[in-house]
Design a protein around this ligand. Structure first.
Ligand code: AMP
Ligand code: TRP
Length: 345
């Protein structure tokens, strides 16, 4: 089997309300991976418009996600940070993948079903084809590793299926033109981490999400210390004190979520949190959680505000990243065209 250059790719949609789930499930992992991989981090603006967006807000949200990447510790000089729409190869490869992926595969995607809701006939074609664009995002760089939260697992599996089918359907052409037995790697999801699925503060059975109508369901980078304190104190709990062992969290989704969040923010194992707070009432645990959340998120929010005050600088980072991204994507797309049998000028 062909050996591929190890490369990380991931994306975040600029749809506002960037929250603790995005941070703990994704962005914090992006930061850690910089030491061991060449990384490409993308603000996926073309995915954002699969549902209606106000243009001025979209522009601001693209800058917000970029600022969050940098404020959390992603280095746009050593690695690549850019917005998807500046590299046309994503859309070009997505079209080819639309012709590789099967309707039956897309029909199984649970995120489409959730986002389209009851009125599926009225969802955009883009929302339906969303996962083929996601596969193109990853594979146009022939990325091998993709850090994401757990909700993206099914989309990653579809990306692997698309890569595999492309390799199979064009096997003869790939061998003839490149001499190897596969053109695309099968990208591996990296879903480990202390909090791959952060739940809503109002309902421990629902994931924390940008689109939850209740602002109290999530902690965001826009929250100041007072807002964090208010939201944590209002977070849903149950009447029992905290257990001292992990087994005691079963059937208590809200308790489990708050303990997981604390452990991830404080960077300690969950067992250590339970050993420390076992037997305590939620009121005192929540005070400790507010402290650690303010200590971790406060400096990131402050840095984001500073960065967002200079949009020209953010735009320059994205422009520079796009130029470097395109240098990788262009030759891959040229090879794809040759493999498929298109004529290039
Ligand atoms: P999105 O905002 O949908 O573009 O998501 C950006 C990243 O955050 C993806 O890797 C998601 O899997 C991750 N993510 C979103 N919500 C959560 C959550 N509640 N818990 C953990 N990870 C999440
Ligand atoms: N679908 C992802 C999400 O909503 C965002 C995304 C788009 C992505 N393209 C990607 C993530 C490629 C990883 C790799 O979270």
């Amino acid at each position: 089997m062909t050996a591929f250059h190890q490369r990380v790719f991931s994306g975040v949609q600029p749809t506002g309300n960037l929250h603790l789930g995005n941070y703990l499930g994704a962005i914090r992992r992006f930061v850690d991976l910089q030491d061991s991989y060449e990384c490409i981090y993308c603000v996926v603006d073309m995915h954002a418009i699969t549902v209606a967006q106000d243009p001025a807000e979209l522009t601001a949200n693209i800058r917000e996600v970029t600022a969050a990447f940098i404020a959390c510790g992603i280095d746009p000089k050593k690695h690549i940070v850019f917005n998807q729409s500046q590299v046309a190869e994503h859309a070009e490869l997505a079209w080819i993948f639309n012709c590789i992926a099967r309707i039956g595969w897309l029909n199984r995607m649970t995120q489409f079903k959730e986002k389209a809701g009851k009125d599926r006939e009225n969802a955009s074609v883009g929302l339906y084809a969303y996962p083929t664009l996601m596969a193109a995002d990853i594979l146009v760089y022939r990325a091998t590793h993709v850090p994401v939260g757990e909700d993206q697992k099914q989309h990653l599996e579809l990306s692997r299926d698309i890569a595999q089918k492309f390799n199979n359907d064009y096997a003869a052409s790939i061998t003839r033109l490149t001499g190897s037995d596969a053109f695309f790697p099968l990208p591996e999801p990296l879903i480990q981490g202390p909090a791959p699925r952060v739940m809503s503060l109002r309902d421990g059975t629902k994931k924390m999400s940008k689109s939850d109508p209740s602002d109290y369901s999530r902690l965001t980078f826009a929250d100041d210390a007072d807002a964090i304190a208010q939201k944590v104190r209002k977070a849903k709990t149950d009447p029992e004190p905290l257990p001292s062992e992990a087994a005691g969290l079963s059937g208590r989704p809200e308790a489990e979520n708050l303990v997981t969040i604390y452990a991830a923010l404080a960077d300690v194992p969950r067992d250590a949190v339970l050993a420390q707070f076992g037997g305590a009432q939620f009121s005192s645990f929540k005070n400790a959680l507010v402290d650690v959340a303010v200590a971790k998120l406060g400096p990131i929010s402050a840095e984001m505000k500073k960065l967002q005050a200079d949009p020209a600088h953010i735009d320059a980072v994205l422009r520079d990243g796009s130029i470097r991204a395109r240098e990788i994507a262009r030759p891959v797309m040229e090879s794809v065209k040759d493999i498929v049998g298109f004529i290039r000028g």
